[in-house]
Design a protein around this ligand. Sequence first.
Ligand code: GDG
Length: 733
Amino acid sequence: MQRVLNVANRLPVTIGSTIKKSSGGLVAALEGVSNNHFELQSIGWPGPVDDTAKISELKQTLESDYGCIPVFLPDELIQGYYHGLSNSSLWPLLHYNRAYMNYSDSDWAAYCQVNELFADAILEIANDDDIVWVHDYHLFLLPSLLRKHKPHLKIGFFLHTPFPSSEVIRCHPQREALIRGVLGADLIGFHTFGYLRHFRSSALQLLGLESDMTEIQIGNHTASLGIFPIGINSASFEHELRTTDYQNTLAAFQQNWAGKRLVLSVERLDYSKGLLRRLSAIETFLAGTQNRDDVVFVFVSVPTRGEVKEYQLLRERIEREVGRINGLYASVQNSPIHFIHQSIPFTELCALYSMADVGLVTPLVDGMNLVAKEYLACQDDADPGVLVLSEFAGAAQELVNAIIVNPYNKVEVANAIDHALNMSLEERQQRMGYMKSRVMQYNADYWARSFIDELMQSNQLHNKPRNLLDDEQMITQALINHSNVAFFLDYDGTLREFEDKPDDAFPTAELHALLQQLNKAPIDVYIISGRSGETLQEWLGDYDFTLIAEHGNRYLAPGADAWVSLNPDNDFSWKEAVREVFSLYEGSTPGSSIEDKQSSVVWHYRLSDPVYGGWKANQLLSDMYSMLGNLPVEIHHGKRIVEASSMHVNKGRAVEYFMRRNDYDAVMCAGDDQTDEAMFRRPSSDNIVSIKVGEGDTQAANRVPDVKQFHLLLQRLTQLLKKKHNSNKAAEL
Ligand code: GDG
């Protein structure tokens, strides 16, 4: 049976004088999956342990009796990792609350350390064929930490909260590390398409990655994105509603509130749940109704995160408001708001769900909101209640027959309460039917199974060049055992990292040091770039390299004065028409610019918004394809550029030309973008080594992850070549 290591911040047990299984939504969700299809093992923090002497005994019991692998966390880390970074900086931002974000470097250090501790615990037990499923924002860094040590492990990540707009998540001081961390997963799941879209555009904007709608490529790895709206454990509600305990509780509640209409809200006392706004809407409703003595608003507000200041203040404000509203609108017969600030047993919760005339669920922002679904599951089909649901809960995407409200509009919410309390039986039944059957069908079991199924199928189907960091020997053998060797090296993105402005990407001192080594090595070096001849000559003219400019349009031999054309065609009249179209796009895309080269015209959008820029680039490409007709022009979509260049020119032809002329025994071609693929598209042969630098699909046979690693590879190769050359010379003597 497939083993699934299910990793969440908390283990599904509570440790007190005895160990109790907790009954949270996630635990219940995964129980069904575990029984039927997978062997499930939970990994997480068991909560604070008072008697540290008992840790090893506890570990054994948790493993053998509960299938749980505990990650014990020292007290000093809990504050920073859990109350600090997770709940005081990530939670508020994920819920669009910039003002509540409190960040400190020491919290971040604790968060990193705890993510490492989780990684250690998993790596200790994980086999290559296990699935690891990581849950939620406490463990954003974990997927990449695992991937680093076990590249073939199947890793899934599910985010239970919303993912906000990139304008919000970018406020976090560690935004890049957080997103990079999650991208180590094979599959990243969200409740809604909106969250997926925000995550994708944040990854593009903050990390400068390229992606299509449901996949993000990072280095050699592809992370797939998917939508998996979580469901409830429907079976446990069906079961509970049949118990006598439940029947008795329901009867007692009905007697207690006889003759009253009940409006129910259930949640953790959290600012994202919109309690204060709801109280204000209730006040508006009470002020406008004739029958206020007939209605009771029951608030079940479970205490949460009492260690965080914002939650303490919120609780005080809510208690004050409840007191004030009750003072204003209570009568001898009724007190309108019944505020319960504690967790209630599951049976009581079900009885409340079942008897409530209205489920009032009005979060300001909520990943999904299971309460809305649980309320529906407990409703009687013959005489159902009405769900009033915030448009900002993920659940609103699915529960479209609820009365959908804007929780910030107190008059709208007050009217919705009134509408719900006065709705006809026929309309209530109509609305309830579809929603309830959906909630019962697309339940937690369905959710977990569909996520795991997709994760199992998420295969890295892309062309997989060999990672040179894993195996360098093959190429060193191919290159050093020959005497007549040439390196064809692209410049931007291969020898030099990108800069926002192309002119700033001149060779650094570190690159010059490397080029000097290359200059002394017993090889012919070609710098083959899309840049103009002038720029290449200015930056690299002092070396004994052949400079090939404008994607192979012309070259300058070492020590020569004049550039030589490789282009058999001298008609560039097409450039004018192309420039005209490009300038329309320059005008309508802020941050973009046009570069005019001898044999090509380039539209750069490196400084534009990546999503908008990418969209305009696609438009430009389709305009160009329809405009070019029989013109001798080729269009390339490179890294944040669209380039129109002469058809008779490409890097592959230039390499071909020099290989034929100089009859090389072995050749290395290295590059990073689409224009370099022309060099890689050559018949494969043992002594032609093609290397893609960085991410993205390629026809190259090898890959190194980035410019830095490529530099290191070049250093090692030149040393080996020099050594070999010297020993050959010594042998000749
Ligand atoms: C996060 C996301 C997403 C509440 N009071 C009592 C009680 N509960 C149970 C409910 C429900 C759960 O707690 C609350 O789940 P929600 O989904 O409403 O909200 P979060 O806790 O914020 O959960 C959320 C969820 O993760 C799943 O992905 O939907 O958006 O924020 O199951 O029944 N249970 C009992 N007594 C109570 O007093 N027994």
